[in-house]
Ligand binder design. Structure first.
Ligand SMILES: [Zn+2]
Length: 408
């Protein structure tokens, strides 16, 4: 992720709220916690039944930013690397090779949970930066430097306080995963980053003090962000990240158990079920149709279509994550011409996308949606399925919000 390197503790204390952290650390911790709490009954929810396992996941959810808290190029490198799917895939493969399921001991479970927390953080940054951050710019004229710290401080203002987390850093597993980073990533490098992050910010005392000290200034400059950072209707807001994070955790559970290559690639979409695309106007983040994946893909292999209800093509750009990483966990269909309000459209990701585990997606994934305008409500009905791999799909009516198709 794109971050601005802190130039030392003093610099942080003075300017932290205007620095970039790509979705604040507390935001990651809380969204990951909410996602775990939202899991339906089943093996993954059972896995997280022990509070110590949850806490390891939450520490993992803060971890990828730890290296940005020190003025050290090596620390920055391990932090950046820990954000992305190549690291997560290597982590998954290492667990499968050395400590495969079932995860019977507490230490094994904490290790797996920590990996899941790191992964959740990276996904959330991709979503936040690729969707919500554009909204902050459009509505408040603010950038990442404003939004990242700001959303954390709003959590404090709203009484959703940070909390102290027991440190859990599986250093013996992590260091081999950093072997390909050009800089020498030693235990000291990692522990220094983590110690600075937790002592300065990810705690209930000094972290809260810093937040409150700068809160008024950020709230004034970011009125739209202040109002909508927990608005589930806005793609990429903290609460809108909960469902895709939970779906991604379930996909990771499958990857750990060897079903990742055959589980559905697309695990979530914006607009999601029960919501319409927020605008017919192109070139705005509200017009993006976004598919979220259960594992990274090779963006060079992604092919999509965008059609109206008569099957006519709509011009669009297909883009991955905002910062151009070649193995994103999302794609954005960005229409380049005005859509029709109230009309239905379909985006499809064609078969042939290469997953990060090297397998080729054999299924077409189709997402139908309605553009905001005249809401269409009524009884549920069913439509015939897509061309490949789909049986039926439910189409749900939602009072006041139009009608959207459910991804299978
Ligand atoms: Zn981050």
């Amino acid at each position: 992720m794109r971050h601005i390197v802190f130039t030392g503790l003093l610099a942080f204390v003075l300017i932290a709220p205007t620095q970039a952290r790509s979705h604040g650390d507390w935001g990651h911790v809380h969204v990951t916690r909410w996602a775990i709490e939202s899991l339906p009954p089943g093996p993954l929810a059972d896995f997280f039944a022990n509070p110590e396992v949850v806490e390891a996941a939450l520490f993992g959810a803060a971890f990828p930013d730890s290296g940005y808290w020190v003025d050290d190029p090596a620390a920055r490198e391990y932090a950046e690397y820990s954000h992305w799917e190549p690291f997560i895939q290597a982590f998954v493969e290492k667990i499968r090779a050395e400590q495969p399921p079932p995860f019977t001991t507490l230490e094994q479970r904490k290790l797996v949970a920590f990996m899941m927390g790191c992964a959740a953080h990276g996904l959330q940054d991709e979503i936040f930066d690729s969707l919500f951050l554009f909204q902050v710019d459009e509505h408040d004229g603010g950038g990442q430097a404003d939004a990242d710290g700001g959303t954390d401080f709003f959590l404090v203002d709203d009484g959703i306080l940070p909390f102290d987390l027991a440190e859990f850093v599986p250093i013996d597993v992590l260091l081999p995963l950093y072997a390909d980073i050009p800089q020498d990533i030693t235990e000291d490098v990692v522990r220094n980053g983590v110690a600075t992050q937790t002592s300065v910010y990810v705690n209930e005392t000094s972290g809260t003090t810093i937040a409150r000290a700068f809160l008024d200034e950020n709230a004034e400059r970011l009125p739209w962000t202040r109002e909508h950072y927990l608005d589930e209707d806005i793609p990429g807001s903290l609460t809108a990240e909960i469902a895709p994070t939970a779906a991604y955790l379930k996909a990771l559970w499958g990857r750990l158990h060897g079903t990742g290559s055959t589980d559905p690639l697309v695990v979530h979409s914006y607009p999601d079920e029960g919501r319409a695309l927020r605008t017919a106007e192109p070139l705005l983040a509200d017009s993006y149709v976004t598919l979220i994946f259960g594992q990274g893909i090779d963006i060079g292999t992604a092919r999509g279509t965008f059609t109206d209800s008569r099957g006519r093509s709509v011009p669009f750009n297909l883009d991955g994550t905002r910062w151009g990483h070649p193995r994103p966990r999302l794609v954005r269909f960005q229409p380049t011409q005005r859509l029709r309000e109230g009309a239905r459209y379909t985006v499809s990701l064609e078969a042939g996308t290469e997953r990060i585990d090297g397998t080729i997606e054999a299924r077409l994934t189709r997402s139908m949606f309605r553009v905001s305008g005249q809401p269409e409500c009524g009884a549920s009905r069913r439509l015939a399925g897509g061309r490949v791999g789909f049986g039926h799909r439910s189409v749900l009516a939602c009072p006041g919000r139009g009608v959207l198709a459910r991804l299978r």
